[in-house]
Write a protein of this length. Structure first.
Length: 331
């Protein structure tokens, strides 16, 4: 199961208490206060772990608590620091304070780490309260409580290219052709039920990451079909490849293309403005050439014709994608 949103509770460890103690040593006539400080509580951290690709492991563990600091001891011994707790999350996870709906950190980069619940400071031992007029203090302070937070974690996959299109447009077949990813392929709607990433390698060590997004249908922004929950995963992409079944069993390719773009606008104006490459798939079918001509005339722009099933046109498509990515970097 692919899980891309979850709520957890994080509690930093409490600080240890300061100690009240006095030196009691043979041949030391004037033993003074020597109570040590309490140790600081441990913190709860979120870490962008590249070996994790979903938030599913957090579904059964909603509470994360760090260790409390040790209490201070005599001879000015400070208590040990509490044990930190690290929550592994996939790179691309946005961490929000659920109460205030404020973003604490967007863990875009691999191995980034952020403290989401700080540990409490340790209390002061009585050695800190000694003065010339108060040489035998019995005061100390307790440790501070650790920070508590309810967190909302949302994963947005990091990919260079996002594949868009209605169910059965051929996105999964294309990703299988171009990369080592193995999304499920079948002749019925909604074969892809979760986003899938694949690395597409060209010559000369050129490569880019492509994401297969579950098929969208008209009304997705209102929850029709699988809804638009997966569109968040193309918000980080630099380029969208919009695939169209040029010979659908029912419907019109032009109307389907326009319907998907309308769903993008309903979801996010920023997403709707991302550069797109229009791709006409299933050019191996009878009647595809005539349908392609109508499609190109309606769009009035470039359309890459391919057959993901046979591999025809894929070299041209990957070169076009690479050129578009380079243009984006230079802009």
């Amino acid at each position: 199961m692919f899980l891309d949103e979850v709520e957890i509770a994080a509690k930093g460890g409490d600080g240890g208490n300061g100690c009240v103690s006095f030196r009691r040593e043979k041949y030391v006539p004037f033993g003074g206060p020597d109570g040590g400080d309490g140790g600081d509580g441990g913190g709860v951290y979120c870490h962008a772990d590249p070996s994790v690709n979903t938030l599913q492991h957090l579904a059964g563990k909603h509470h994360w608590k760090a260790g409390r600091g040790g209490h201070g001891k005599g001879k000015k011994c400070t208590g040990r620091r509490g044990r930190d707790v690290v929550v592994p999350v996939p790179p691309g996870t946005i961490i929000r304070d659920a109460e205030h709906n404020s973003v604490l950190k967007d863990l875009v980069n691999v191995d980034e780490k952020v403290c989401v619940a700080a540990g409490g400071r340790g209390g002061l031992g009585n050695v800190h309260f000694a003065t010339p007029a108060h040489q035998a203090p019995r005061e100390s302070t307790p440790g501070e409580p650790g920070q508590f937070r309810r967190l909302h974690l949302e994963l947005k996959l990091i990919a260079d290219v996002g594949l868009l299109g209605q169910p059965n447009a051929g996105k999964s077949t294309l990703l299988r052709r171009l990369s080592a990813a193995r999304p499920k392929v079948a002749a019925y709607p909604f074969t892809t039920l979760e986003p899938i990433l694949g690395i597409v390698t060209l010559s000369d060590e050129r490569r880019f990451v492509m994401a297969d997004i579950p098929g969208l249908i008209e009304g997705a922004h209102r929850g029709v079909g699988l809804g638009d929950a997966f569109l968040r995963h193309v918000e980080r992409t630099r380029l969208l490849v919009h695939m169209v079944d040029i010979c659908p069993l029912d419907g019109d390719p032009v109307e389907q293309y326009r319907a998907i773009n309308n769903e993008l606008r309903q979801h996010s104006a920023v997403l709707a403005e991302k550069p797109q490459i229009a791709v006409a798939n299933k050019m191996d079918l009878t009647g595809s050439q005539e349908s392609l001509r109508r499609f190109q005339a309606a769009l009035g722009g470039e359309v890459i014709a391919i057959s993901a099933a046979t591999g025809a046109g894929l070299d041209r498509l990957t070169r076009r994608i690479w050129r578009a990515l380079q243009e984006h970097e230079q802009s």
